[in-house]
Design a protein around this ligand. Sequence first.
Ligand code: OSB
Ligand code: MG
Length: 374
Amino acid sequence: MRVERVTLWLIELRLKAPFETSFGRETDRELIIVRLDAEGVTGWGEVSTMAQPLYNYETGETAWHVLERFLIPAVIGRDFADPRAFRSAYRPIRGHHMAKAGLENAFWDAYAKSRGMSLAAALGGKKERIPVGVSIGIQPSIPALLQAVENFAAQGYRRFKIKIKPGWDVEPIAAVRKRFGDALPVMADANSAYTLDQIDVLRRLDEFGLMMIEQPLGEDDIVDHARLQAQLETPVCLDESILTAEDARKAFDLGSCRIINAKVGRLGGLCEVQDLNALCLSRGAPLWCGGMLESGVGRAINIALTAMPGFTLPGDTSASDRYYHEDIVEPSARLSPDGTLDVPKGPGIGVEVVLARVERAAKRTREFRAGARA
Ligand code: OSB
Ligand code: MG
């Protein structure tokens, strides 16, 4: 498939409610939407960077720069047989996984559409619906947290991830357990807010029978996490520390974690997610799809990738109405009362991007066309 045109939009979507983690508070979600046109088909991708480099080092501005200066020039006007050939065109470029993922995933969507397949099927996914959970940001008070859990439970969500940080950890988790009992599937996510010096607090969480604790230590660490996991009953799940399928293999070999949170942006694209899926299947390790407060484009991609067989636990891919008043795609992802989302069967991502809404949300746009050679 020959890449004829790539279009970028830097957009900003107002969140229904601010989302707070140990690293900061997000009110508006800044993202880059990628459109790739190739031989009569249009593919869509999303760059899941945040406006500030607090989750990882990338931002919307760094991703825009790397896309326009290095990644798009490496693929524009060129012909690629499949997504692995596509990504090899910019393989020498280090890092910037979220920028790469936005572009590679747009190619994947176009590739699946050109073959008349759903993106899920093109990835090797077979599920028709996926169970999902919800990630609950740091709340102003314990009663507010209990109310949030209750509301999401009433909607059908299957798993509750409570964001924690020093000073907001044992108490909120204990309160959730006390109010909703031991059977509720609960986990915690620290977003790298602790060090091994605070192992006593992390060990106190063991008594609550959490499904897992996500990324308690450094965002670049797998050594201290191995020390921690050896002294913790609760399974450690790694998010920030895992940038490739190879990173996951090393983390499993070291005993740094028992579970992986897969984010397609952090991993640099769907090819790498396929490799991670295969690794976790071969190791019998649980895997689930994380989220970056995606728009409907990124959400559709997350739903498709979760259809792969290695994705064995509910992910953070909540329904669109958990984040936004109006999404940029139709139909937007809706939660069934049993806590599942349907995997679209139509070609590619299986949703239509509403261009007028993308344009309305755009702060900047740029189009790249293949040269006169065409
Ligand atoms: O650590 O998983 C995380 C959101 C932004 C940045 C990092 C994380 C998150 C979430 C929300 O937990 C996941 C979602 O609902 O999309
Ligand atoms: Mg996380």
